[in-house]
Design a protein around this ligand. Structure first.
Ligand code: GLU
Length: 278
């Protein structure tokens, strides 16, 4: 789809000319919505194992990809008409606003600040933030032990603020372009810890279990939303309906088991409480 232009009918245009009404008046015509799309470009992460990871053939797979395909299907768009494209934590809002993507399903927490630019369907999952350290580093047993230590976050993410501002813990924040770059830095001794959503950390840990240790001290609710063009309330409502069905049909459990069944991570399998489409 990828068109953010508002559509009004020819009749409405005529009315605008005659009556001098503003063209954006909602009474004149229905606003363009993703519910009418016949194809979708969906932004996902490409470097987060278990969530959105691009392989050597260019295929992107993971929990977020499965969720996105399920929702697209419920909006009447088949997998063949879905194009996935990579987004980072830093460019999710921009890509939605610019119309480079129609939808973002990318470990994207719903926050009050983001809600001023993006309409969020969901959440489709509520993750918890946690901490990953090097396996041999036994000194860090909880998030409070991060006081004074260097903690990496992917640029544009809200994870460091959850510790520094949310919990008042004085960390030394380091930013890398992505969480995979943070994990490399942790492995190489560049930082003391990576703290972000437990699903993200579990995915990286599963790839290299001997290198890292999961602190297992969950805090915060990270409500994973489906990012939609600002104001597309019809799409938001349709997405929420799709998410409800995804849980009712057991698909959410199936996707979680597929991607995180062997990680030992405790998974939430009940439908999350929706935020509301405003
Ligand atoms: N869920 C958090 C966020 O949206 C951290 C992970 C990410 O940035 O993708 O900020």
């Amino acid at each position: 789809m990828r068109s953010r232009h508002r559509r009004i009918t020819a009749a409405a245009l005529a009315a605008v000319a005659v009556l001098g009404l503003p063209a954006c008046s909602a009474v004149l015509g229905e606003e363009e919505s993703l519910v009418d799309a016949t194809s979708l470009t969906i932004g996902v992460k490409t470097d987060q194992p278990g969530l959105g990871l691009k392989d050597e053939n260019g295929d992107i797979t993971g929990f977020d990809v499965d969720v996105a395909l399920y929702i697209a299907g419920r909006l009447g768009v088949s997998a063949d008409d879905v194009e996935f494209t990579g987004v980072t934590s830093a460019d999710r809002e921009e890509k939605l606003i610019d119309g480079d993507v129609d939808m973002v399903v990318a470990t994207y927490s719903i926050t009050p600040v983001r809600k001023t630019q993006v309409t969020f369907g969901g959440p489709y999952y509520v993750a918890k933030q946690d901490v990953l350290v090097r396996a041999e580093d036994t000194g860090i047993q909880g998030v409070r032990d991060l006081e004074g230590l260097s903690v990496c976050q992917g640029a544009g993410s809200n994870s460091a603020a959850r510790i520094a501002e949310g919990l008042g813990i004085g960390i030394r924040k380091t930013e890398e372009p992505s969480y995979s770059a943070c994990i490399d830095s942790l492995r190489e001794g560049g930082v003391d810890a990576v703290s972000t959503d437990n699903l993200i950390l579990a995915g990286f840990l599963a790839e290299d279990p001997s290198a890292f240790r999961f602190v297992n001290n969950p805090f915060t609710d990270e409500k994973y939303g489906v990012g939609l063009p600002y104001g597309d309330v019809r799409a938001c409502e349709a997405v929420n309906k799709a998410i409800s069905l995804m849980y009712q049909e057991g698909k959410a459990k199936e996707f979680l088991d597929t991607w995180f069944g062997e990680t030992g991570l405790q998974r939430v399998e009940s439908v999350p409480q929706f935020e509301g489409c405003v």
